[in-house]
Design a protein around this ligand. Structure first.
Ligand SMILES: [Zn+2]
Length: 376
């Protein structure tokens, strides 16, 4: 039977308290353990909608006795941001009191874990993995959150810290479905990408800033760096960008939920048969992802279609300055750095210098894509 519990976050305001609703299907401790959350960026509503459809499917599978592993589902991972409405605009990306991006700054406990396991490994991969998982939880329990956003991050990490599979559901601004995952899981995780019909898969491990899916995997990555890749398994942690913010559509959400359930079936968390399909999108390093930045202030006008294959040097957008004189309205152009797929773009049409307004997945790493790859 499915279990639903509430986790109250610490109270950071008089008269107001936020809480998480956590669903568990299957027995605690059963494997594989799958953790799924939606909307840590709380204004990415198609992610929450897909989670809501998945909840229905899991409930049905549970009724049929088909839950074989343990599945944790948090349909609203960010109840604080879900209600961040300012001047009629929903702003769920940033924690308003601190200005922090909700999906950055997850607590990194990897050093504490490495210290704690020193001299205690080499008992076999299963025992070593159990040891590492236990130490990750212990280390998380020593962290004191600095604000409500950090208290939220900590609770989510405690729920997900020992999962075999972590699916972190997001939505881009205006985009085709795309994924971020660790390259060590490729091409094995192409089953998920194929079922979702993802158009682009980006390999990311240390993009900078400490997002959820990278930080959950990080202690395991570090242990494998020190003790060898055969020492323990690396959890599969994936960001699913479920298209664009306006894509709150019953059909699409149900399609994504069905794909997720099929994936859980292929991986043995749900029993039954599921047909695999073939991945036909692009997969490559995050350093091959061009982030399109505005060169000037003005009105953003896209000149290339979302989902199109673009050529090197092709103009993807123009910035129009309506205060410029006749013949001088084009204040700047944004061009493709290389041949690739124009898979994500901004909903916002006001341009200012430096603002990121889209992404193109290119075939090879781009020279300018070094250091911190993730923008805020
Ligand atoms: Zn997001």
């Amino acid at each position: 039977m499915a279990e639903c519990r509430t986790i109250d976050l610490p109270r950071y305001a008089v008269g107001t308290q936020h809480s998480l609703k956590v669903w568990r299907f299957g027995k605690a401790g059963a494997r594989p353990k799958v953790y799924i959350q939606a909307g840590i960026h709380a204004d990415e509503l198609p992610a929450n909608l897909a989670a809501s459809k998945l909840l229905e499917l899991l409930h049905k599978a549970d009724g049929e006795g088909r839950i074989a592993g343990e599945i944790i589902l948090v349909p609203v991972a960010n109840p604080i941001g879900f209600n961040n409405v300012t001047l009629r605009a929903h702003n769920g990306r940033y924690h308003l009191p601190s200005g922090e991006n909700y999906n950055r700054g997850f607590p990194d406990v990897s050093e504490a874990v490495l210290e704690a396991i020193d001299g205690r490994m080499a008992e076999g991969p299963a025992a070593d993995l159990a040891l590492v998982r236990g130490e990750v939880l212990k280390a998380l329990e020593t962290v004191t959150p600095s604000n409500e956003a950090q208290a939220l991050r900590l609770e989510l990490m405690k729920l997900a810290h020992d999962a075999d599979i972590v699916l972190d559901l997001h939505t881009d601004s205006d985009a085709e479905l795309h994924l971020y995952l660790d390259e060590d899981h490729w091409p094995e995780a192409s089953d998920l990408a194929a079922l979702l019909d993802a158009k682009v898969v980006m390999f990311a491990r240390t993009s900078g800033g400490g997002p959820f899916e990278e930080t959950i995997a990080w202690p395991y990555v570090r242990v494998r760096e020190v003790y060898g890749a055969d020492a323990i398994d690396l959890p599969l942690t994936v960001v699913l960008e479920l298209r664009g913010e306006y894509d709150t559509d019953h059909g699409l959400a149900r399609k994504d939920a069905v794909a997720a359930l099929r994936f859980l079936t292929l991986r043995g968390a749900v029993s039954g048969k599921a047909k695999a399909s073939k991945f036909t999108g692009m997969a490559g390093p995050f350093s091959a992802t061009q982030t399109l930045r505005c060169p000037a202030a003005g009105i953003l006008v896209f000149t290339a279609e979302l989902g199109s294959t673009v050529k090197k040097g092709q103009v993807l957008a123009e910035i129009i300055d309506p205060m410029a004189g006749p013949g001088e309205a084009v204040a700047g152009q944004i061009r493709a750095a290389a041949k690739g797929r124009f898979f994500a773009r901004s909903n916002q049409r006001l341009a200012w210098p430096g603002e990121v307004v889209g992404k193109v997945q290119c075939e090879k790493p781009l020279p300018e894509r070094k250091g911190k790859l993730l923008y805020d």
